[in-house]
Design a protein around this ligand. Structure first.
Ligand code: RBF
Length: 162
């Protein structure tokens, strides 16, 4: 789907001086690992230095908002990565909605950009495709890396934003 994804970027963004936090859940670890690597590759491609990247893990997606707060003071932008896959009970609906709302609140609380890297998939195959693990898939982690650099630079240019 060529129209999906973050689209044509409006200008070049340079991550050379940025500190980036990645907090990821450990549930569905194969997909998580691919997403985190996709984000890391893109961050480095955009100039972010390895020593300026902090990676923290939490057990599951429900813990992501707390994990983000733990990194908030140490970095300029945080990427929160989790993979929720619908099962036969209602956990998926409750966790995905609660975590999405809480991540938005945490962003306002920390006054720093937060990148939403939570996949909410109906099947394992959907999750794998969005981590670039299928032949026709695309790694969304890469988009989140690009979004992190773009938003950190943009917010820096608007010091009175928050
Ligand atoms: N965490 C995820 O990140 N992805 C999941 O697909 C996922 N499925 C879960 C299903 C059930 C039934 C439960 C109880 C938890 C699940 N979790 C999942 C873990 C959840 O985010 C959290 O780590 C735990 O509930 C502990 O607070």
């Amino acid at each position: 789907m060529p129209w999906a994804g973050i689209g044509k970027v409006d200008r070049k963004y340079d991550g050379t001086n940025l500190r980036v936090g990645i907090v990821h859940a450990r549930w569905n670890s194969e997909v998580i690992e691919a997403l985190v690597n996709g984000a890391l590759d893109k961050l480095k491609e955009l100039g972010v230095k390895e020593h300026n990247i902090i990676i923290e893990s939490v057990p599951g997606s429900f813990e992501l908002p707390t994990g983000v707060r733990m990194l908030a003071n140490k970095v300029d932008v945080v990427i929160a990565i989790g993979v929720l896959i619908k099962g036969s009970t209602m956990h998926f609906e409750y966790i995905s909605e609660a975590v999405s709302h809480e991540l938005m609140k945490v962003q306002r609380f920390m006054r720093k950009p937060l990148i939403f890297g939570l996949l909410t998939c109906l099947t394992d195959e959907q999750a794998q495709a969005r981590a670039g693990l299928t032949s026709d898939g695309h790694n969304h982690g890469s988009d989140w890396g690009a979004a992190a650099v773009e938003m950190a630079v943009k917010v820096e240019e608007h010091p009175t934003l928050w």
